[in-house]
Design a protein around this ligand. Structure first.
Ligand SMILES: C=CC1=C(C)c2cc3[nH]c(cc4nc(cc5[nH]c(cc1n2)c(C)c5CCC(=O)O)C(CCC(=O)O)=C4C)c(C)c3C=C
Ligand SMILES: [Fe+2]
Ligand SMILES: [Fe+2]
Length: 391
């Protein structure tokens, strides 16, 4: 049997406070995170946004102990998946490839080559596909395959997403059911799915299937819970972690919490749906920020469902996915990253008057030119704003 490498993809997180700035710079340097018409602006903008955000972000990481637990948890998941596969007679070794912090994707690929791995299964630790998460990691792997013949020749089987996989749905339902049953009146407890958001344009203009996969996943979990518990609980789906001035998927988690509190909901079972590990968005944003908003809104029983981490049913579901991938055909990175309905945004085909896509693109371009001139003036200390005494 060939030596199998299972490559687990995740985002990565700063382990120490001093890592926060460089981690944010890496994140905002990614064109899949900030989609710009002009690639030359990516790095200056990444520098500016990461510098502006670092303080707020550091404060959040301080409140959860000074760093992200994501690497530790992901490495535990990798070890447990490897031992489950070996118990099933599959000689697999697992590797962790983070997108924006250590261990970086390059170093996982170097380990795969050094260990003489003969075929690779790529498994994102994102159950739902998004251009900004799995899509970005697939692209990074594609770049490495194009530049490294030693990696390019390995057969590869990519798992695109598994939001509807019975193993994953079952593991989620199991953890949610525990919290529902701990409520004083389990049948009426309100299930609140909070998914990481993405800008609305990802879905509506770039064809990101993320929202559709999140919605389908929430429905499947609710159906599974109904079967397991014998009652159908009310539920809400909302989107958290918005960054920047553009519109993101709605409803926003904070607005939805205010609304439910206003409707008199008292028992809320909060499910971090797009994450499979505890990290800053669960430990700080949900446990601290959203809990406070919920309490102020009159929700007296705020119960957060833990992230899957190394829950045995989740790990065995991941092992099933790897096993099925090995039994199936090769799935390359292009196939895994493909979008079914890609809408062309840049460049616009022809100019049109009015408040439309075309005008928005030109507004964006002019704003970027103005912004770059401002940045240049800030850095050089010379320019029209200085001449007018405004800087
Ligand atoms: C499904 C998961 C995630 C999606 C979708 C996603 C999109 C997305 N994220 C940002 C901006 C930030 N993300 C940050 C951290 C972070 N995000 C995810 C997951 C998804 N992101 C994870 C697992 C983490 C790491 C958390 C950790 O423990 O360190 C951050 C840094 C934290 C902060 O300052 O809030 C930013 C910024 C964008 C812009 C985006 C979609 C375009
Ligand atoms: Fe994020
Ligand atoms: Fe956040």
């Amino acid at each position: 049997m060939a030596k199998v490498g299972v490559l687990l993809l995740n985002l990565g997180g700063p382990e120490r406070i001093q890592d926060v700035g460089p981690f944010l710079y890496n994140l905002f340097s990614d064109p899949e995170i900030i989609r710009l018409p002009n690639p030359a602006l990516q790095k200056p903008l990444a520098w500016l946004i990461s510098s502006l955000r670092a303080g707020k972000s550091q404060e959040a990481y301080r409140s959860i102990g000074g760093g992200s637990p994501l690497r530790r948890i992901t490495e535990q998941q990798a070890r447990e998946l490897q031992s489950t596969l070996r118990q099933r007679g599959i000689e697999a070794t697992s590797y962790v490839a983070m997108r924006y912090w250590h261990p970086f994707t390059e170093s996982a690929v170097a380990d795969i080559k050094a260990d003489g791995i003969e075929e690779v299964v790529v498994l994102p630790l994102y159950p739902h596909f998004s251009i900004s998460t799995s899509g970005s990691s697939f692209r990074e792997l594609q770049r490495l395959r194009q530049t490294d013949p030693g990696f390019a020749h390995l057969p590869i089987r990519c798992i695109r997403s598994y939001y509807d996989d019975p193993g994953y749905i079952g593991a989620m339902a199991e953890l949610i059911a525990r919290e529902i049953q701990a409520c004083p009146e389990p049948a009426t407890a309100h299930v609140f799915f909070s998914a990481h958001g993405v800008p609305k344009s990802y879905v509506e203009e770039a064809g990101d299937p993320y929202q559709q996969e999140i919605e389908a996943c929430a429905q499947l979990i609710m159906e599974r819970l109904e079967r397991d518990l014998g009652h159908r609980n009310p539920f809400t789906l909302a989107y958290q972690s918005r960054v920047g001035p553009v519109e993101w998927l709605k409803p926003y988690t904070d607005d939805a919490l205010h609304e439910l509190g206003g409707q008199g909901v008292k028992d809320l079972v909060v499910v971090p749906i797009s994450f499979v590990s505890e990290h800053i968005e669960t430990l700080e944003e949900i446990d601290i920020e959203y809990r406070e908003i919920a309490t102020e809104s009159g929700i007296t029983n705020f119960r957060r469902v833990p992230a899957l981490d190394t829950t045995p049913t989740f790990i065995s579901g991941l092992a099933d996915l790897v096993q099925h991938a090995l039994e199936g055909p090769e799935v390359n990175l292009d196939q895994a990253a493909a979008l079914s309905t890609k809408v062309k945004l840049y460049p616009q085909d022809k100019w049109a008057w009015g408040w439309n896509n075309s005008s928005e693109v030109w507004n964006g371009r002019l704003a970027m030119v103005g912004f770059s001139a401002f940045l240049l003036e800030l850095l050089s200390g010379r320019g029209p704003l200085h001449a007018l005494g405004l800087l």
